[in-house]
Design a protein around this ligand. Sequence first.
Ligand SMILES: C[S@@+](CC[C@H](N)C(=O)[O-])C[C@H]1O[C@@H](n2cnc3c(N)ncnc32)[C@H](O)[C@@H]1O
Ligand SMILES: O=C(O)C(=O)C[C@]1(C(=O)O)C=C[C@@H](O)C=C1
Length: 240
Amino acid sequence: MRDQIYAAPLPEVSGFAFDEAVARVFPDMIRRSVPGYTTIIPMIELICARYARAGTRLYDLGCSLGASTLAMRHGVKQRDCQLIGVDNSEAMLSQCRAYVEADSASAPVELVLGDIRDQAIDNASVVTLNFTLQFLPPQDRQPLLQTIFDGLQPGGVLILSEKICFNEPEQSIQEVLHHDFKRANGYSDLEISQKRTSLENVLITESIEAHQQRLKAVGFSQALVWYQCFNFVSMLAVKV
Ligand SMILES: C[S@@+](CC[C@H](N)C(=O)[O-])C[C@H]1O[C@@H](n2cnc3c(N)ncnc32)[C@H](O)[C@@H]1O
Ligand SMILES: O=C(O)C(=O)C[C@]1(C(=O)O)C=C[C@@H](O)C=C1
């Protein structure tokens, strides 16, 4: 279904929420809004194939409709792996359940309706935060990353994808190109501007350096950028 949530002028633009209306159009919305999303999903599969370890858990935190969860599930070839997808949006998770049931891969998937800040991470080889950390209040990010680091086995990885910000003048250049990407995907100036308003104070971006510093602070020895398109990146943090 096509995303037309911000197509008509709204008397008041409320804060962005992952509700029923967003869940219905989410695959179209994220594909047309996030440069590189359609590349990042298959690469998550490939990264999981490399880093999953037999007998471990793989977590997808903020799994939405399960695009990243299913990529992880298809990547895992190792024995006795278990996937855990977590999301606090009921609308997202109920749709996700249907997609997981319709999927043919064999690794077991548990879906948890809950807050990722309350999720225990244990015996993990891969944890994915694919455009989810950006929605947490900044002060909650380091404690979550610490929980993830502590729950990873040695050699385990965190895949962290985020919208990011830059110092000027780069910020303006990257932002204009991101809006060009949205326009090229059929979004009008009104849609771009109303969505932008709705994301204010909801999606809080940080710089690549801020992300890398925090990943190092919680203990990751490597925090490398494996993908960037305009103001969207995906990082790979490795626990030695
Ligand atoms: C941009 S979407 C993630 C997209 C998804 N990972 C993918 O690859 O298609 C962000 C998701 O994080 C969820 N989310 C945001 N804050 C959360 C929290 N504190 N606990 C659990 N889920 C959260 C939202 O409900 C939403 O489904
Ligand atoms: O930054 C924007 O304009 C976006 O639309 C980005 C973004 C995201 O990065 O998650 C915001 C909300 C939706 O989940 C889809 C895309």
